[in-house]
Write a protein of this length. Structure first.
Length: 298
């Protein structure tokens, strides 16, 4: 009896990503690795709603299942576990930064393994690997000077990490990813607000970056940063010191009101941002009004 020992061919039509032919050289350890990129077309990405956090939801298709386009926006070296957003990775030449980060390879890897265990940068990127790559990038940017505008990048990365952690929690409940998600939401709130303060104080220029995001499809610009500062404070800010909370919310309410004023007379303002800003404005106004009513009753 003759048996067919030929292995079945892999169905490449179901692939979500591919490796580019030209390899990338890591600026930190100078090792080469292939760049993985998302395939487009064929019904892989079915754009859904835009959340109040300005995240574009992609509906899973019957053929390909869930797709997470944002996980391919981070360059992560499988050798030294350094990571940044792709533009910084391919253009970085600062030896001071490079040497400092190269020395912290093991420290960085252990920190990420604690939160996203068993990640692997050698295989086609999974949701877990993508989240780990973003966390590696967050730790990598800790060593970047103000000239690279690292704070707004850490804000963007932290918010995406919160989203990816929420996705992981949906797929693997009871693994602690819900706690991790809240941790990254608070980090995102801190970094967004700090980035705005640094821009105002001329410490760090956030307008120098090319894409504010926060997701990879639309660029909501500087107004988007102001909106997210208010939204994250409203949704994830502290509630122990109520007077301090109300003070900050009132400040962001005024800032969001200024977005409305500009938006009514400017066709360049993204419509969805104005809609979400108006909704946030109303929500903050209600909380401030309710708090004022309670003070009167007391």
């Amino acid at each position: 009896m003759i048996r067919n020992t030929k292995k079945p061919e892999k169905n490449t039509n179901l692939a979500i990503s591919f490796y580019s032919k030209q390899k990338v050289t890591c600026p930190f350890c100078e090792k080469d690795f292939p760049r993985e990129e998302l395939l487009s077309g064929g019904g892989r990405m079915i754009a859904g709603e835009l959340t109040d956090e300005l995240r574009r939801i992609f509906e899973p298709s019957v053929k390909y299942g869930p797709v997470y386009p944002m996980i391919y926006s981070v360059a992560a070296c499988p050798v030294c576990h350094s990571a940044t957003l792709w533009p910084d990775f391919t253009e970085l030449t600062d030896r001071v930064i490079i040497n400092k980060l190269f020395e912290k390879e093991e420290e960085r890897k252990k920190a990420v393994e604690t939160v996203f265990p068993f990640y692997d940068l050698h295989r086609p990127r999974t949701l877990l690997d993508g989240a780990a790559a973003y966390y590696l990038a967050l730790l990598t940017y800790e060593e970047f000077p103000h000239s690279y505008s690292p704070t707004i990048k850490k804000a963007q990365i932290s918010l995406r990490l919160a989203w990816l952690s929420g996705d992981l929690n949906q797929r693997s409940p009871n693994r602690g990813f819900d706690y991790v998600q809240q941790m990254f939401y608070r980090k995102a709130m801190f970094f967004y607000q700090e980035a705005l303060e640094m821009e105002t104080g001329r410490v760090e220029n956030i307008t120098a970056i090319s894409h504010f995001g926060p997701d990879i499809d639309k660029n909501y610009g500087y107004d988007g940063v102001i909106y997210l500062c208010g939204l994250l404070e409203y949704k994830y800010g502290q509630r122990e010191n109520i007077s301090e909370r109300l003070k900050k919310l009132d400040e962001y309410k005024r800032a969001i009101a200024r977005i409305f004023g500009l938006g009514k007379s400017s066709k360049s303002k993204p419509g969805p941002l104005l809609e979400h800003s108006r909704s946030l404005y109303d929500s903050i106004s209600k909380e401030l009004k309710d708090a004022n009513v309670l003070d009167v009753d007391d």
